[in-house]
Design a protein around this ligand. Structure first.
Ligand SMILES: *Cc1c(COP(=O)(O)O)cnc(C)c1O
Length: 394
């Protein structure tokens, strides 16, 4: 094994991904298409490997945020349809056409701009229309007074001869909320979306091939929103409050090793700023993982990592490249022992609560310095380290 892979690494369990896909597929039914969201390097899990696995499992579509993310997949032989959820500058339209990518159309101005760019490069751009039903981000406005204008605008886009409109979608803002307000809000978004789809189809005289809106919260809570395709991200990776109920497993485990162990007397300051002072003779382990790897400094003195001899509290400020743990109650842990920062046994959902964030942000921030190790049937099937050193892994 290359030495850098034995510092701090992320294990990506492809069997867990398969389990999650199959469980979600069972839930949403054979007839509903499945789009796997693999933006942000598949939420930090490695988009190429995840996309290949989803292809093998029979997924219908992938989604990324940008044209670069999509081209990266194509350059790595991923051939499933790919929807770009975010903005693409018009200078890049030729790439969308060359790489057979599907672009989101979010407003009249963009529709016209993309039409013109596609015309200039002599191609047809495949598109999905985005409707803003309450997320207040991207999409055609269709609120009360804007409804008729929104429908007209979408019909106009559908009729542009260098755009091929395949689908239409919207995005829920609160589908994972439990409050009555969140439920009403989500229902309203869904009703409005259906009204827009029907309104456009009536005027356009054609049906959208793919209507989709169900993100993680909607897949878990609102099965009626599945329509032609579901579009989960987080659930696929097995995190969040619905994962357990749905029988999903966390795909990523972040691991490190104990690099050094030292024993300090009571009253010793540990790490920067003296935020932790030993109150006993303390056996301290140094881990080669810090905030530059994605272990947020904000979690200093809050989280416990899991050793082979039970949990060990992280103590003192988390540094850029290292942090310290209290091994006083883990006598069996030695230099080179493995620790799990989060994973199958040490839940990232709890870690996210302590960090006052969501698991999405924690997996996305595992940095490129951290090699990804892909596992299947307990064996390592691939390793990836994104350094600017071609061939660094042989
Ligand atoms: C990120 C994203 C998703 C996936 O969201 P999850 O909450 O991870 O399921 C779906 N649709 C759009 C438009 C997104 O941006």
């Amino acid at each position: 094994m290359i030495s850098t892979l034995r510092r701090t690494w992320a294990e990506i369990d492809l069997d867990a991904l398969e389990n999650n896909y199959k469980k979600l597929k069972e839930k949403t039914g054979e007839k509903t298409k499945f789009l796997g969201v693999v933006k942000a390097d598949a939420y930090g899990h490695g988009s190429v490997q995840v996309a290949k696995k989803l292809t093998e499992l029979g997924a219908d579509y992938l989604a990324v945020s940008s044209v670069d993310e999509a081209m990266e997949l194509r350059e790595n032989e991923v051939s499933l349809p790919i929807l770009i959820l975010g903005h693409t500058p018009k200078e890049q339209i030729h790439n969308l056409i060359d790489y057979k990518l599907t672009q989101t159309i979010t407003c009249k101005a963009k529709a016209l701009e993309y039409q013109q760019a596609a015309l200039e490069c002599g191609g047809i751009l495949k598109c999905h229309i985005k409707v803003d039903t309450g997320m207040s981000r991207l999409g055609y406005l269709v609120d009360d007074e804007g409804f008729a204008g929104g429908v007209d605008g979408i019909v106009e886009a559908c009729r542009l001869d260098h755009l091929e409109v395949e689908g239409i979608f919207t995005h829920f803002a609160m589908s994972d909320g439990d409050s009555e307000f969140a439920v009403d809000y989500t229902r309203h978004q869904f009703e409005l979306f259906q009204k827009v789809c029907a309104g456009v189809e009536a005027v356009w005289g054609r049906k959208f091939q793919i209507r989709h809106c169900a993100n993680t919260g909607a897949v878990a809570n609102y099965p009626e929103t599945a329509l032609d395709m579901v579009r989960p991200g987080l659930l696929l990776y097995g995190y969040g409050k619905y994962a357990e109920r749905l029988g999903l497993l966390p795909v990523m485990s972040l691991k490190s090793v104990v690099s050094t162990i030292k024993v300090y007397q009571p009253g010793t300051f540990i790490s920067y700023d003296g935020t932790y002072v030993t109150d006993k003779v303390t056996r301290v382990g140094v881990l080669p993982i810090g905030y530059a790897d994605g272990y947020h400094r904000y979690l200093s003195n809050k989280w416990s990592v899991l050793t082979e001899d039970g949990p060990a509290k992280q103590i003192g400020r988390i540094c850029m490249d290292m942090c310290m743990i209290d091994l006083s109650d883990c006598p069996d842990v030695d230099v080179d022992s493995e620790v799990e920062i989060f994973g199958r046994q040490n839940s990232i959902d709890e870690m996210a609560l302590l960090a006052e964030t969501i698991p999405y942000e924690l997996t996305c921030s595992i940095s490129k310095r951290v090699p990804r190790r892909y596992l299947s049937n307990g064996a390592v099937v691939d390793e990836e380290l994104l350094l600017r050193m071609p061939g660094s892994l042989g």
